[in-house]
Ligand binder design. Structure first.
Ligand code: IPE
Ligand code: IPE
Ligand code: MG
Length: 239
């Protein structure tokens, strides 16, 4: 998994987020079922995660299933759930070897118990790893996350008049830094309810490539593009 790109000359984002999209269309183009598209997407995901974490990215958030994705056909949802279990089981050893801590963002309900079990096992096994964080957003919704945080705050009895954005972050599913670079594959130009709070000042990158074809070289291109962006955070350009 070596790269031809010299990363020492590039700006390395701390937190990268990816909306894994286009598996269905990738399969359709090849006359295959959507399920086969997900198989290809998940094979690619395993490779890509290892590559990205080997490039010095500290946090990687992956949108693998939205709260709204439960609206899809039962067969497709069931297949994705099977793929999650398989991936969490298969990758446990690799995450341990690579010293990666795995966390999850999303609601439990209505995930199958078997998925929750595989998820919790991975979280528990990797909790003391220090070489980077992979945050799987599964049964995740940005509005649900903000609503859940507001409810936690209301129940905590905290003095809301003194609450800052920094404090608010601690009530989200995971206490992670803001996103620096947000990538959505497949050419769609929308967030689809992904990490609404954390994406406030992210740089967006929308490659047309569908996820099963988005490999290490495509990620390198995203980092090259990110390096050329001028992030101002509302301030004045300093050159
Ligand atoms: C994304 O690919 C994978 C998940 C939702 C888990 P899609 O299934 O959304 O693929 P398209 O957008 O229909 O091509
Ligand atoms: C968003 O993609 C969710 C994931 C990729 C997991 P969708 O394919 O579900 O989003 P829409 O329906 O195109 O907005
Ligand atoms: Mg899609």
């Amino acid at each position: 998994m070596d790269s031809n790109v010299d990363y020492s000359r590039l700006k390395i984002p701390t937190h990268v987020a990816i909306i894994v999209d286009g598996n269905g269309r990738w399969a359709k183009e090849r006359g295959m079922s959507r399920l086969k598209g997900h198989d290809a997407g998940f094979d690619n995901l395993r490779e890509l995660v290892r590559y990205i974490m080997s490039r010095g990215i500290k946090v990687l958030s992956l949108y693998v299933f939205s709260t709204e994705n439960f609206k899809r056909a039962k067969e497709e949802v069931g297949h994705l759930m099977d793929l999650f279990i398989l991936m969490y089981k298969k990758e446990l050893k690799t995450f341990m070897k690579d010293n990666i801590k795995v966390v999850f963002s999303g609601r439990d309900e209505p995930l199958p118990k078997s998925v929750i079990k595989a998820r919790d096992k991975l979280v528990e096994a990797t909790k003391n790893n220090t070489g980077g964080i992979v945050n799987f957003c599964m049964n995740y919704g940005g509005r649900a996350e903000i609503m859940d945080a507001v409810k936690k705050i209301a129940h905590s009895g905290v003095d809301v008049d003194r609450l800052t954005d920094e404090d608010f972050r601690h009530y989200l599913y995971q206490d992670l830094p803001d996103i620096d670079l947000m990538i959505r594959t497949s050419g769609e130009l929308r967030l689809s309810n992904f990490l609404l709070w954390q994406n406030s000042y992210a740089e967006f990158y929308f490659p047309k490539t569908k996820f099963p074809d988005f490999h290490a070289e495509d990620f390198d291109q995203a980092i090259i593009e990110y390096t050329s962006r001028d992030r101002r955070f509302g301030g004045i350009k300093n050159n």
